[in-house]
Design a protein around this ligand. Structure first.
Ligand code: NSP
Length: 222
């Protein structure tokens, strides 16, 4: 049986579930998350997204074909034009200016995650890099859908974080997520069991670093 993206998730099912259904996520969904935690997360996520945009630029550099180049360009565009744009507007609404964002120091969880992905991409090939990026690209789309299906989730005026959920439910974000899964499914179909083990390690590491990012928000750690 050829491998596919779902096999990576299945291989680290416990970590994936701990990421998708993290306490930060459930509190964000029911609206009970402390605003300090959300603001801390938002600020660090701005810094995170800048580094992730660099990682997609690295994917473009490492792309041997036009199809690969387009996929890297679409990922970069989803972050720079869609996510970062919305993020800056969203930060403004929460009283955080672009100037403040530009001057922030990176928290350790931000440093660890982003540099892990960049290092994996530098050392490895294009598939290593896309697998390291995939918990970010796929996880938030899945989180938005999971929250939306959850009866405890409060929507609209009843939840101060409703716009965050809507951002990741948007067609732009969901389409970028599906395109990334399609790209990965095609590449993973061609790999050996030994290669799958290497990629499963990367996927698990990146997923654990996503969990640490939520923890950083909850504990306000720097
Ligand atoms: C930490 C993190 N992971 C994922 C995403 C979704 N691109 C994000 N904005 N921030």
């Amino acid at each position: 049986m050829p491998y596919q993206f779902d096999d990576l998730k299945e291989r680290c099912r416990d970590e994936w579930q701990a990421y998708i259904q993290h306490r930060f996520v459930t509190q964000l969904g029911d609206g009970s998350l402390a605003s300090e935690s959300f603001q801390h997360y938002l600020k660090q996520d701005y810094l995170f997204l800048i580094q992730f945009a660099r990682a997609f630029a690295l994917a473009a550099y490492k792309s041997p074909t036009l199809a690969d180049l387009r996929q890297a360009k679409d990922g970069l565009q989803a972050i720079v034009d869609v996510e970062l744009g919305l993020h800056i507007d969203y930060c403004k609404a929460w009283g955080i200016s672009e100037q403040e964002l530009a001057e922030l120091p990176e928290a350790r969880a931000t440093l660890a995650y982003t540099r892990y992905v960049l290092d994996t991409g530098n050392r490895g090939d294009l598939l290593d890099l896309h697998v390291a990026l995939s918990p970010c690209m796929v996880g938030y789309g899945e989180i938005a859908n999971w929250l939306n299906d959850r009866p405890e989730t409060a929507r609209g005026d009843r939840n101060p974080y409703d716009a965050w959920i809507s951002m990741y439910e948007s067609d732009e974000f969901q389409d970028a997520m599906k395109a990334e899964i399609r790209w990965l499914d095609k590449r993973l179909a061609e790999i050996s069991p030994a290669r799958f083990e290497q990629l499963a390690r990367i996927f698990s590491d990146a997923t654990r670093l996503e969990i640490d990012f939520w923890e950083m928000g909850l504990t306000l750690s720097n």
